[in-house]
Design a protein around this ligand. Structure first.
Ligand code: ADP
Ligand code: ZN
Ligand code: ZN
Length: 725
């Protein structure tokens, strides 16, 4: 028997697939060790066959099989083939997506615990130890009642020397069993709810149907309840489920709700796990011990079998597109697995992706709506405040009068407020008032952000830190000007205005460490009145009944990101943040501060008019020929040598122009230019941008052109990237 083996060699541009002689129990999907050009390397068996196309006398045997049960199941292997073809990836990279590092490299050990049980009946045991060995007698009585217990626990309860004595006498039997390191989740009781009519309708339409659904439900309409009911139905049919949420909305609350509804059946996969926990959660899924997978993007690759439903919550979220290598798009992988398992794929959102909504209108997805909040609560009122008028009236602070008075009212009523500002740190830049000098990173073409509590300037692109300026390094003036304010400064100013009120800050700086989010959120949940200030990470998923006021300090930040998705993203953000208010009572109120109060994004967002926004936006995309009417492809060329990067870009651009000739009008835009951020981490960056009528053939040709190896230069191809920086 011959085994086709993908050899795992990193930094190789192409897949190496070779034939080896299989060992007697080699199976498809196994990790194996094979000889490869004088070395021994790891490989994955992707196929077994009776024949080989190579010279059979020269084929070497596999050295060892690394496991007895293949880690790659049939579906995983097919998924790898799909990923390779669909996203133009190497098979070895696809295998890396499907098998996490801790599983591939075997560097995490299984955790075992020793289980104690009685080796004989109660009376025999008593007669051996005698009536006077009180401590040993209690252990025997205990074990006879409970059957078994683990050694550590037993040692904590009783004297360990007595336990040992019983083991030595052969009265206690020790056996080793595997235990799992599971991330801890506090217990709550999430009672089953009587579904509303629209929730019930949604569940009935979706469950057990081999189709893709777009579940559009306003914030607080009870989507999570719908998901849980569909999952329950899948479990009842002996199937499993995958539920994906954006990393930042994988809140403790969400995990508690799932654990309470599906006790001992949930595995959680996210970036905050230790390697040991990740390994064990993966194994619990692999062994079929956890049939509900709850996780961020890469949980779509989880080794569950017999899937009964796949759910992508907040499906519009940009985190579902992986921007680092290997690049993939979660929706497409989910679609593949749903069709493979003949189960429903549910895309849920209050503000669907423009692309997904179009597919629903075109009949490719089935649209199911939850138009009302639970208990018919109203959507919170959104008041738009024109910051220009504030400035003209002499208020140059970051807080409008309306925002402050509503915030005061909220505090007075002993409620909670959430203030959103999508910028962390104290000030977005620092500059000299005299000569205009602006502090920049040595390695990146960007301004440094001032972090006052650390007394430092930080580069948010490479992480480099610098000491804060006291004087301008250029003209020595001490007149330093601060740029736009961030979360840190907002908190400082609030604590001066409201010295009595607890203020919590949630951003990348305050949530480091394993339980960072959890600690802040549980403090906030238990403190009224209080104010939570934060970036994007407070926008989604949170369900706190006492939040009555939401302030959006600077909505325009995302609006003027110069890419085609900025309108869509701003609409989402406003809707999502606003959706945190008034979730239990009709007291939600939102103040949105902007310099562009008439912008249509705000007009539609204020009325919660997704359809209105969609119509306007899709027309714009059509006239300007942007996705979903075209595909955007960017080839990013970077190098520490500016000239090398420029030369390679030029060479690639010449080749692209030949494609322009070949495909004619189907390529609607093609241009080469420096990237918006000209240098990151010492590398100069250039890009070729193109837009074309969606076509796999065109994509494939652009990939072929870019598939060249150039010394000291890296070339990246991105399709419809989230951000072009
Ligand atoms: P969404 O995900 O759409 O924002 P959630 O699923 O978080 O909404 O639901 C909002 C709140 O309403 C939650 O506190 C949830 O427990 C509650 N809820 C959901 N469905 C029902 C129901 N049928 N009856 C009562 N409360 C419900
Ligand atoms: Zn100066
Ligand atoms: Zn930098």
């Amino acid at each position: 028997m011959y085994a086709q083996v993908v050899v795992d060699i990193s930094n190789d541009a192409v897949d190496r697939v070779y034939d080896y002689l299989a060992l007697p129990d080699t199976k498809v999907g196994m990790r194996v060790k094979v000889p490869f050009s004088g070395r021994i390397v790891m490989g994955y068996v992707i196929n077994l066959s009776e024949h080989s196309n190579f010279d059979e006398t020269k084929i070497k045997p596999i050295i060892t099989n690394l496991e007895s049960v293949p880690k790659l199941k049939v579906e995983a292997l097919e998924m790898c083939q799909f990923l390779a073809k669909h996203f133009f990836l190497r098979l070895t990279d696809c295998i890396k997506l499907v098998l996490p590092a801790c599983v591939r490299q075997d560097n995490v050990s299984e955790k075992q615990s020793a289980i104690c049980s009685l080796n004989m009946d109660f009376d025999t045991a008593i007669s051996i130890v005698g009536k006077r060995a009180k401590s040993q007698l209690s252990i025997i009585a205990y074990l006879s009642e409970y059957g078994e217990d683990n050694l550590t626990h037993l040692n904590n309860l009783f004297s360990s020397s007595s336990v040992k004595a019983l083991i030595d006498k052969g009265i206690i039997n020790l056996s080793k069993i595997r235990t799992y390191r599971s991330p801890s989740v506090e217990k709550i009781n999430d009672d089953r709810k009587q579904l509303t009519a629209s929730q019930q309708f949604a569940v009935d339409s979706i469950k057990n149907v081999d189709r893709t659904f777009l579940l559009q439900g306003v914030t607080g309409s009870g989507k999570t309840e719908v998901y849980m009911n569909i999952i329950e139905d899948a479990l009842a049919h002996n199937k499993s489920a995958i539920m994906l949420v954006p990393e930042i909305s994988l809140t403790p609350q969400m995990m508690q709700r799932f654990n309470s509804r599906f006790p001992n059946n949930v595995a959680v996969l996210h970036s905050g796990l230790s390697e040991g926990e990740r390994y064990d959660e993966w194994e619990r899924i692999f062994n079929g011990e956890a049939r509900v997978v709850l996780g961020a993007r890469s949980a779509i690759f989880a080794p569950v079998e017999n899937i009964g439903v796949i759910i992508i919550d907040e499906e519009h979220d940009s985190s579902y597109i992986s921007e680092s290598n290997p690049r993939f798009n979660t929706h497409d992988v989910a679609e593949f697995r749903a069709r493979y398992n003949h189960c429903p794929l549910v895309l849920g959102s209050a503000t669907p992706n423009i692309d997904s909504y179009k597919k629903a209108l075109d009949g490719k997805f089935q649209l199911v709506r939850l138009p009302e909040r639970i208990n018919n609560l109203e959507m919170p009122h959104i008041e738009i405040v024109d910051m220009l008028i504030e400035v003209l009236d002499g208020n140059t602070s970051a807080f409008s009068r309306k925002l402050l008075s509503k915030l005061e009212e909220c505090i007075k009523n002993k409620k909670q407020a959430i203030l959103f500002i999508n910028r962390r740190g104290f000030a977005s830049f620092v500059m000299c008032r005299e000569c205009g000098y602006r502090a920049k990173c040595d390695d990146c073409e960007v301004s440094l952000v001032y972090h006052k509590e650390d007394g430092e300037l930080k580069c948010h692109f490479c992480g480099k830190r610098y000491r804060m300026l006291t004087n301008c390094p250029n003209c020595h003036s001490d007149k330093i000007k601060y740029g736009a304010l961030g979360t840190e400064r907002v908190c400082n100013e609030l604590s001066e205005m409201f010295p009595e009120v607890p203020i919590f800050r949630m951003d990348n700086d305050t949530t480091r460490g394993k339980n960072g989010h959890k600690t802040i959120l549980s403090k906030f949940a238990n403190t009224t009145p209080s104010i939570l200030v934060g970036t994007q990470m407070i926008a989604k998923g949170h369900d706190y009944p006492n939040v009555s006021f939401v302030g959006i300090l600077d909505a325009d930040v995302s609006l003027y990101n110069s890419d085609y998705k900025s309108n869509e993203r701003t609409f989402e953000l406003v809707t999502q943040v606003a959706g945190r208010a008034g979730r239990k009572n009709n007291d939600g109120y939102v103040v949105l501060q902007t310099y562009a109060p008439k912008h249509y994004v705000y007009r539609f967002a204020r009325n919660y008019d997704y359809e209105g926004f969609y119509d306007k936006e899709i027309n714009l995309r059509h006239t300007t020929m942007f996705p979903p009417f075209t595909t955007i492809l960017r080839i990013l060329v970077s190098s520490v040598s500016d000239n090398r990067a420029k030369d390679v870009t030029k060479k690639l651009y010449d080749a692209c122009q030949e494609l322009k000739v070949k495909f004619g009008k189907n390529i609607v835009f093609l241009s080469a230019m420096p990237a918006p951020i000209k240098r990151i981490q010492t590398k100069f960056r250039y890009q070729i941008l193109t837009r074309f009528v969606p076509s796999d053939e065109i994509i494939s040709d652009f990939y072929k052109i870019s598939d060249i190896i150039e010394k000291d230069v890296s070339i990246f191809v991105e399709i419809n990237p989230n951000n072009l920086r």
